[in-house]
Write a protein that binds this ligand. Structure first.
Ligand SMILES: Cc1cc2nc3c(=O)[nH]c(=O)nc-3n(C[C@H](O)[C@H](O)[C@H](O)COP(=O)(O)OP(=O)(O)OC[C@H]3O[C@@H](n4cnc5c(N)ncnc54)[C@H](O)[C@@H]3O)c2cc1C
Length: 465
């Protein structure tokens, strides 16, 4: 089969624009259709996930498409979490005990713009903005669009159509509406939503709090986090229930109530957010959910990728990283099966599905960890020990967080299995006071490894994967 096949990609977000770039590099004719205007010429991000944590899996994909040197100047390294308690005391919990392991705060808009510009450099790529996909005829392989500028309806056919159109994917909707095959799907929303606020730069354009950390104000039922931006500001995200608890999005309806909430729960943050009223009442409240579905493809014609196939909650900072990693896995599989799309899609799904299911579950685990457990004394002790183990045994010991975030050679499913057992082992040993920190660190490593292996063995006997 010729490499000149026409590939249509719905959605020019992070995943769609990187996929377009990669497929163009492979010589395909690519049409990229995006519902929104061109973000390089219009400001469309206000109040919606302005910055993201970019880590090793995402960086590996960026490296594959050859734009690392263009992306790195926009990255702000964050070496750990900086926790703020209710009294305003802070403590740091590093992400890793190894040197050189950190995550990066990066502007979503800048990264998306870079990818679009790189894709557009290829003559075989055409990008169409303001074209919203309204559905796909999955039998005929025709995608239907509504043009926001001309108001026209368009029908575009292609050899292969990818749905990279995010959590509300039009292609995914067509899969279940057309009922051509057995399509399983679930969408589970959290009871919490999110709202973005801002800590502006100081008068010298500098960051008011450490830019080397991801800040967390954990409060059990809700939390605030902040990631640094290059202009000296921080994007702050409040995660809060829609309707449960004393304070929730539904009852925070006046500035007095919002101020009372921040004064009592986040007093140090309140002092840093001068425009709270305007931002709280004008920025949208976003929903958070997990999408799982199966299969991801229909025949050798259409396929879901990125959030369209597996949207996850943002608490592991892995949604974009996983979507970028999708493209690495897809590229490897395409290399083996090029010319046979059905075989490619099947092999890709087999290689990838267990891992995206795992990161979805890990992201939910981290939701509880970040808003609650990070302040728990056992949890703090566990993280301290993990840092010491990683420092002493950089080639042997990897915490769950390290496996997920810094070890792209360990897939998510394996990281989840070993990481969960290891967490349980450490917490058991700490709670049972079986770890004597005055003993040499090698003895502690042996203890943790033995307990972890015992748990993994028990899980195997119990039939847990
Ligand atoms: C609050 C928040 C914080 C996050 N933080 C992180 C983080 O720190 N690290 C991380 O790795 N991930 C993070 N994520 C997840 C990350 O945003 C997503 O996983 C990532 O954006 C997925 O990329 P995508 O291209 O698949 O989908 P999207 O980014 O959603 O892009 C989909 C694109 O398709 C377009 N589109 C949608 N419908 C249509 C249609 N019908 N027709 C045409 N175009 C359409 C959209 O306009 C959009 O441009 C976060 C998410 C949220 C909500």
């Amino acid at each position: 089969m010729s490499k000149k096949e026409h590939i249509l990609i719905i959605g020019a977000g992070l995943c769609g624009s990187m996929l377009a770039l990669r497929m163009a590099q492979r010589g395909y004719k690519v049409s990229l259709y995006e519902g929104r205007p061109d973000l390089r010429t219009t400001n469309i991000s206000a109040g919606r996930s302005i910055n993201l944590a970019l880590s090793d899996r995402g960086l590996r994909a960026i490296n594959m498409v050859g734009i690392t040197d263009k992306v790195l100047p926009y990255c702000i390294p964050m070496y750990g979490r900086l926790m703020h308690d209710i009294q305003g005391n802070t403590f740091v919990s590093n992400y890793s005990g190894r040197e050189g392991e950190y995550i990066n705060s990066m502007s979503r808009g800048t990264l998306n713009a870079l990818l679009l510009t790189e894709a557009e450099k290829h003559v075989n790529v055409n990008i169409h903005f303001n074209k919203k996909c309204t559905g796909v005829d999955i039998e005929k392989n025709v995608a239907k669009f509504k043009c926001y500028t001309s108001k026209e309806k368009l029908e575009i056919s292609a050899d292969v159509i990818f749905g990279a159109d995010g959590a509300g994917s039009a292609l995914r909707k067509s899969y279940y509406l057309e009922k051509k095959f057995l399509f399983s799907h679930s969408q589970n929303f959290l009871t919490h939503g999110y709202k973005e606020l801002e800590i502006p730069a100081d008068n010298n354009g500098k960051h008011r709090i450490s830019k080397d950390h991801l800040h967390i104000w954990p409060r059990g039922q809700y939390m605030l986090i902040a990631l640094p931006n290059l202009d000296g500001s921080f994007t702050v995200t409040l995660f809060l229930s829609y309707e449960e608890g004393e304070y929730n999005f539904n009852n925070l309806t006046t500035i007095e109530k919002v101020t009372e909430f921040f004064e009592s729960q986040f007093p140090d943050a309140l002092a840093l957010i001068p425009d709270l009223k305007n931002e709280f009442f004008n920025n949208p409240t976003g929903a958070l959910g997990t999408v799982k579905c199966y299969p991801w493809y229909y025949e050798g014609k259409t396929m879901l990728i990125g959030d369209a196939a597996h949207a996850i909650v943002p608490f592991y900072g892995q949604g974009m990283n996983a979507s970028f990693e999708d493209i690495i896995v897809f590229d490897e599989v395409l290399e083996q099966h090029e010319g046979d799309w059905k075989a490619t899609f099947k092999a890709y799904q087999e290689a990838r599905k267990k891992d995206t299911d795992a990161i979805a579950d890990l992201a939910i685990d981290n939701y509880y960890e970040m808003r609650d457990h990070v302040a728990n004394p056992f949890f703090k002790e566990k993280r301290k020990l993990e840092m010491e183990l990683e420092k002493a045994f950089p080639d042997t010991y990897f915490s769950k967080y390290s496996m997920v975030t810094f070890n792209e050679d360990i897939n998510y499913a394996k990281a989840m299995k070993i990481g969960r057992a290891q967490d349980k082992a450490l917490l058991n040993l700490i709670a049972d006071k079986e770890i004597d920190t005055s003993r040499d660190i090698k003895t502690i490593l042996d203890q943790v490894q033995k307990e972890t292996n015992d748990i993994l063995e028990e899980d195997k006997i119990a039939g847990l994967k």
